[in-house]
Design a protein around this ligand. Sequence first.
Ligand code: NAP
Length: 119
Amino acid sequence: MPAVNQIELHPLLVQTGLRAYDRSHGIATEAWSPLAKGGALLRNPLLGALAEKYGRTPAQVVLRWHLQLGNVVIPKSVTPERVAENIDVFGFELDPDDVEAIETLDEGHRTGPDPDHFG
Ligand SMILES: NC(=O)c1ccc[n+]([C@@H]2O[C@H](COP(=O)([O-])OP(=O)(O)OC[C@H]3O[C@@H](n4cnc5c(N)ncnc54)[C@H](OP(=O)(O)O)[C@@H]3O)[C@@H](O)[C@H]2O)c1
């Protein structure tokens, strides 16, 4: 049995089925591209509103969402300020309703290849 399943996973691709499968088999789910590469996702109005509500940045809201789902999350940044921002996500907690609201952003959007179609 694998210990970790690393899959593309962010609010635009919430992977409900695979996460449930992993959980039921004791497999940790690791988010690949957890910020959807930091593009349009971070300008999403819902994430902007939640960032304002919690006094955080949209990236911090997304990372907190991953943590509260139980995902292993390792965002990438070459920007020292963002690295500091991305680790500073343990001092607040999203309300359960807000965790659910973020899941409604799912649109099956991939930033990387679909492992069901390759070769
Ligand atoms: N399994 C493996 O062997 C392996 C190898 C390599 C990478 N990975 C995974 O692949 C993924 C690579 O990252 P990715 O680029 O696909 O996705 P990502 O982590 O979702 O996004 C990285 C992008 O978001 C930007 N960003 C980071 N923090 C931000 C913040 N707080 N605010 C605004 N923008 C921010 C970064 O910009 P800047 O960098 O310009 O700040 C970069 O352009 C990571 O999840 C990594 O763990 C896995």
